[in-house]
Design a protein around this ligand. Structure first.
Ligand code: NAD
Length: 320
């Protein structure tokens, strides 16, 4: 698909939406950024604040508007609207009922005025709300995607880089499954400077890495809870992760990113949407990559999928 516009609409101008707008403006990849929020004053305030930096970043028009007209001609609509975790003790899954409703209603509005748009969802629980919104709107597969475990994979890469004393850019590593408590580390896919992790460890020999693995994965899983405990919300990391996804789409980069993708038989899984390596380009998810995981990793992925399916079943049986 060739985009006629490089307009990005952002729904939800709270911590995540405004952080993303800020990062997107700095990136220079959009030519128009429109902010929408149920709290119209918040959207107006954030847009003005951002627009005042115009002399300092590459030309981009930033303004606030109301739905659904704001979605017209947007190449991508990014949904960050909804409830956030109230504190470190609240899980993402607890948000599902209300946020599935909000995201589906926004997706329906987008469909009315701009069915060609690609929709990127960040609202939590991101795998569930992306899945439900796609089914309820019949949005074409791949053209509505969630931010998935792109942020979690970045956290994983950073932790591995800190541990090994190398640049995070030289660490290729993925967190798969639910963006949440059941996510797993694909240890068999970790590469450092092009070397498979085990090979790298045998050359490095500075530590007994195998014993550090569970701790590193737990740190990834608990990251959001820690940050929310300290400052009330997470915003910068997810904002930067979403810029990577939006850039891959607007520039048709075909980057491999662990976005939330609906599975149709890949990894032996069906009827579930979760973080998995995908080629991301102009059409959103261009391909789901079936990586060769170990039997243990496949089992953990199936368990994470089951957690999501159980939640989806709860959502379907509870009153709307
Ligand atoms: P926030 O409360 O700061 O902002 C949410 C905004 O959504 C509010 O301004 C609210 O007015 C708006 N809103 C609610 N319903 C709306 C609607 N129907 N239409 C338009 N606007 C509406 O919350 P936040 O910290 O920005 O978090 C937003 C979401 O992002 C949460 O669900 C949070 O859990 C999620 N999140 C996802 C990731 C990720 O990696 N996917 C990371 C961090 C946060």
């Amino acid at each position: 698909m060739n985009f006629k516009s490089r307009k990005v609409a952002i729904v939800g101008a709270g911590a995540v939406g405004s952080g993303f707008a800020f990062a997107l403006a700095q990136s220079g990849i959009a030519e128009e950024i429109v902010l929408v929020d149920a709290n119209t004053d918040l959207a107006k305030g954030q847009a003005l604040d951002l627009a005042h930096g115009a002399p300092f970043y590459r030309t981009v028009s930033i303004y606030a508007d109301t739905a659904p007209q704001a979605y017209r001609n947007a190449a991508i609509v990014v949904i960050t609207a909804g409830k956030a975790q109230a504190g470190p003790s609240q899980s993402r899954l607890e948000l599902m009922q209300i946020n599935a409703k909000i995201v589906t209603s926004i997706a329906t509005d987008i469909q009315m005025v701009n069915p060609e748009a690609i929709v990127l969802v960040a609202t939590n629980p991101v795998d569930i709300v992306t899945h439900v919104a796609r089914l309820r709107t019949q949005w074409p597969r791949g053209r509505i995607l969630g931010s998935g475990t792109v942020l979690d994979s970045a956290r994983f890469r950073w932790l591995l880089a800190e541990h090994c004393g190398v640049s995070p850019q030289n660490v290729h590593a993925s967190i798969l499954g639910e963006h949440g408590d059941s996510e797993l580390a694909a240890w068999s896919l970790v590469h450092i400077g092009g070397l498979p992790m085990d090979h790298y460890c045998s050359v490095c020999r500075k530590c007994d890495f195998i014993h550090r693995r569970p701790q590193i994965l737990e740190q990834v899983r608990r990251s959001a809870y820690h940050i929310i405990g300290y400052k009330g919300s997470t915003s910068f990391g997810v904002a930067m992760a979403m810029v990577q996804i939006v850039r891959a789409i607007l520039r048709n980069e075909r980057r491999v990113l662990t976005v939330s993708a609906p599975l149709a038989g890949e990894y032996g899984l069906n009827d579930v949407t979760l973080g998995i390596p995908c080629v991301v380009g102009a059409n959103g998810i261009e391909e789901v990559i079936e990586a060769q995981l170990t039997p243990e990793e496949n089992q953990e992925l199936a368990q994470s999928a089951q957690v999501l399916k159980d939640s989806l079943a709860l959502l379907e049986t509870s009153p709307a």
